[in-house]
Design a protein around this ligand. Sequence first.
Ligand SMILES: Cc1ncc(C[n+]2csc(CCOP(=O)(O)OP(=O)(O)O)c2C)c(N)n1
Ligand SMILES: [Mg+2]
Length: 885
Amino acid sequence: MSNLNREDVDPQGTQDWIESLEDEIEERGFERTGHLLEKLVDYASTRGVRPPLNTKTPFVNTIITEQEPDFPGNRDTERKIKSLVRWNAMAMVVNANKKSPGIGGHISTYASAANLYEIGFNHFFKGPNHPQGSDLVYFQGHASPGIYARSYLEGRFNEEKIDAFRRELSSNGGLSSYPHPWLMPDFWQFATVSMGLGPLLAVYQARFMNYLIDRGLMENTGRKVWAFLGDGETDEPEALGGLTLASREKLDNLIFVVNCNLQRLDGPVRGNSKVIQELEGAFRGAGWNVIKVIWGSDFDQLLEHKNGDFFLRRAEEVVDGDLLKYVVEGGSYLREHFYGKYPELLEMVAHINDEDLGKMRIGGHDPIKVFAAYSEAIKTKGKPTVILARTIKGYGLGEAGEGRNITHQQKKLNDEELLFFRDRFDIPLSDSEASIAPFYKPKDKSDEIIYIKNQRKKLGGFLPYRRRQGPAIKIPDISLFQELLDGSGERESSTTKAFVRMLTILTKDKIIGKNIVPIIPDEARTFGMDPLFRQLGIYAHGGQVYDPVDSDQFLYYKEASDGQILEEGINEAGAISSFVAAGTSYSTNGINMIPFYVYYSMFGFQRIWDFIWAAGDMRTRGFLVGGTAGRTTLNGEGLQHQDGHSHLAAAATPNIRAYDLAYGYEIATVVHRGLKDMYEKGKDVIYYLTVENENYIHPPIKKGVSEDIIKGLYKIKATDKPTIRLLGSGPLMGETLAAAELLKEDWGIKPGIWNVTSFSELRRDAEETERWNLIHPDKKPRQSHLEIKLSKHSVPTVVSSDYVKMVSEQIGPYVPGPYYALGTDGFGRSDTRENLRHFFEVDRYYIVLTAIRALALDGKLDMSKADEVMKKYNLNPEKPSPITV
Ligand SMILES: Cc1ncc(C[n+]2csc(CCOP(=O)(O)OP(=O)(O)O)c2C)c(N)n1
Ligand SMILES: [Mg+2]
């Protein structure tokens, strides 16, 4: 509630104060008056007064009329352009749904945001050829039809192309429903449609640009990051999750524009209060510069009226639910219910007829107001800016959905509605033409097309635009990692330690060391990465302004403005956003950066898979590293910590190459291949590694296995005419080797032994091979890697991994012979590693039991042998099942 409505015990006294303030504004200006007020508030606080400090200001525009800059554009032409974009955006959705009912699409979101984008396109967004470099614009996902429609007018898409909106499988490619760089790699840069991701990604994008500048890798040319988001979208915790980071890091290169149409899918965002005011509080409280754009120029006369206070008071009283109702009901209702409350107010609008009253433009639809807001935003120093622009959902759709709750579903318009739209925006089409909702583009020589192209030319070219490749980096020879390839000798080590060693070697490399971006959410010490703190420094824009508690130690907590590590604190969503910013830098900044995002494995895919999915869509390149993974290998931590399923998610993410690794040389081999693939060859993939904390001896690499390690399966030990085959994976390789020993010693059976580095890569290769064979029945069948390696012996296979069985079962159908998977299905437990492996039935004894039973089922042994195994190793049939809950 604003202070306007408080009871005033001394109105005259108040008036005197206001007049003094007015004098100060007149004589000394806005800035001085602001300073004075700040001083007064500070002083009052020290004197025991509790100033009603409110992060909310009255429900009016932040920028007042006299602060508005002159509008440099041609308003008439810009209005025409905007109308054409609106029409074509609408026609695109309507036509798509006429041809393919149910194909979907959104009309109303862009209809509300058109002016917000048009002002940006005509006057602000710097394009790829701008001397200062390109701005980065996060478009609201559901506004895509409008962005396509503008590209059509700009001549970037022909009619055939926009006619194939949402039909990407059509012969000429079509247009993707939402911003998907994966599907339109020359156009979209950022995948924004999963709500909440865009805003957080944008914050970290702006931060990463400063990181590059502070590290001397990029020049500061004043590029901006613009993030357009919906007001409903701000309910997503991620959407507002980066606000304090943005102000802490003084990201004045960041501008949020919230399209406050007060509605989401089902209804109002805040029917019972005001979303703009709530957001103002949140952003201001977080230290942002907040610019509210609520009222259009039509309202200036009311705000500046001598009785303007009544307008203010009434505006404070109503809630968003009321504001929405006024849009739908129109002028006479508005007069009665809004203005009618106070006679003074009613009097103020007496000269305006009902129709005009209903049409008075609100802030987000007014070019002057939006231009003023953007102008201030790009000049603001030391803090990020948010523009809260009040708009109307489905603006211009009239009866067909303007401001209505169903507006989001609106995909078709009848004749009458189309004609209304045409009239509303003066589209030069006859009745019969308009009724079929054709695309409409004026001639190339028309004022509109010349203007649209000219403005973009001045600003450095068309947007959105995505650059596919950055400059390649020459990756050093794999001998860089020789010590890992040579094994750990007598020393026991873990894959986590091996990984950290590898990372240390990489960061010290003269050529690519500086391009490495280690990212970590408060787990560096867990993984033994803390030595990197001192070596590389932790990035802090303002440097380290305190003496750290451990400054007397060699490996102290070193922050520096040119620090290389991004230590994100306990913030996986933020850290993955940094990963995306770094991993797309080849495209957004033209600088290839190599992110290694190392996190607690359980809090990776499980927590932020949606971001990882978007990272894939955005063609991010880099390494995701799930540390202390494995449901039984990470032992004491229990159910919430022990990751036994991230590889399922990884396998389902199309451009992720996932590996669970057992030895240092596998890490060296896979990482080296990843570096070559992504940064030399420019492949749009992400490498995912899980590493563990079990210590054992890492053998040296054997000759000729590198390629097999990459493909996912390589031989550990050959056996002459084996009757059974054991596959081990990651840390369970140790149990697999121990099981092989037991089989030999106790049962006289010599298995073949293999190591699986990637079930998902094997599966993809097998599926691809199978598919090729299916559609080439006349050709000699191809063989998958699994067949090539394993088809010589069609014997039973027993596989043990530290992941749920479905991970290893991915390859079951493609492995010759019967296939038995042991895995860690069920909730984890805190206990010793040995007990856990027994509990989950993946240890050496269960491997032996499964192998013996497999041989019995294969007719090679009597089933009584399996019983003997149970007895010999004390395997209790009454033991609780790890699977059943
Ligand atoms: C994470 C996520 N959940 C749900 C959706 C489905 N969805 C699409 S649009 C929409 C409402 C958007 O409202 P708002 O952010 O206010 O945008 P507007 O269209 O009103 O501009 C929802 C829930 C989504 N895209 N992403
Ligand atoms: Mg909305």
